[in-house]
Design a protein around this ligand. Sequence first.
Ligand code: SF4
Length: 468
Amino acid sequence: MFDKLHDHCGVFGIYGHPEAANLTYLGLYALQHRGQESCGIVASDGTKLRAYRGMGLVADVFKNDATFEGLPGPNAIGHVRYSTAGGSDVKNCQPIMVDYHRGSIAVAHNGNLVNAQEIRNGLEQEGAIFSTIADTEVIIHLIARAQCDSLADRIAEALKVVKGAFSLVFLTETRLVAVRDPNGFRPLLLAKLGGSYVVASETCAFDLIEAEFIREIEPGEMVVINKHGLKSYFPFGKVNPSPCIFEFIYFARPDSTIFGTQVYPVRKEFGRQLAREHGIDADVVVPIPDSGVPAALGYAEESGIPFQLGLIRNHYVGRTFIEPQQTIRHFGVKLKLNPVRDVIAGKRVVVIDDSIVRGTTARKIIKMIRNAGAREIHVRISSPPTSFPCYYGIDTPTRKELISSSHSIEEINRYITSDSLGYLSREGMRAAAGAPGGSCGHFCDACFSGFYPVKFPRLKSDSQLGLF
Ligand code: SF4
């Protein structure tokens, strides 16, 4: 609940189920944490695609039964989106759906393309017209222009041009295609529900509809699903995968399994490692709910200091109070959190959260805990300092706004007014994320390290970003 980075999106798709749109709605409901600004579903009855999209939460946009009557057919894809500044408009809602000379196609995208603007500029100069600001639309244009005969080849040809992060789900009249970029930045998983195939950003979506999780869609893999079954392709050149380590730190739900491991034990291990690296004499370990809870449990177990819910979160605060405006944000902290005086008063408190972005919210929460009578406040963060922006589908503030990019840990400690501050080390984080069951040894951790696994083609050198 210290100010957060936001994931851009979550995707879902199902092929061959009589209640495809309804199940997509439920899948999106489970993925709501990945994006709350807008959502949409496109369904196919085998001959025609139909779409319904809107601004707001899934339960609000799809509140009428009549909406589902307008989305008939056994195949559907869906999308939840967190929009960045300037993009908060219904025309940017996904899935994007278009008609072109080979039929209709819809796409839902989780991730961000680092060369989208460059490609878009070229296409616009050739006369292409764009109706959204989404980099996803670039992919649609490239598919429409591809000369290959098969859909799989057209999609592969288009995706060989783009660079960056993409977990994509496409729907045509008769096929569903799911693709993950060669680096595998964002998760994408496969399940079965009876005879139907299901794909989703996280396994929590499968759990809700009682689909059986089969496996991850591999980095660089494309699966094409039609009435004959599923075929897998690897159309891209092989690179070392670099899944996003922040999915483990914050974005994914703790009950999900991604990158070969359930999130919850990894998040707890971050807390254990944090206790080993930054132990302190204290009376109570208090998480910032909900994001700090698993790491705080790990910290408490490792340190032997009792875990207590010293801050209670109001779960019913609407989006109105967490709009990104300074004046309202101040109000928002008090609306969202309230200290439990009996837990905190007179105590030496270890406060745990997963990250500090700007530091402004952390400062207000520390003040709130101090006012509740804490004797000492020791802040422990279950990830390293977030010093660099993300270009792979996470909404980060500019580098200037990231407090860690320009302040030392001691300066941040003074700013947020804690008695001490400790961050998990990069080595400790990587070791904990590679814990039992982990299939990906080489995570992207560019927002901590500045080492970007996919470079930025439009820049002559990385130094132009001011990153190194
Ligand atoms: S830069 Fe950070 S948030 Fe972005 S993909 Fe890499 S680890 Fe994830």
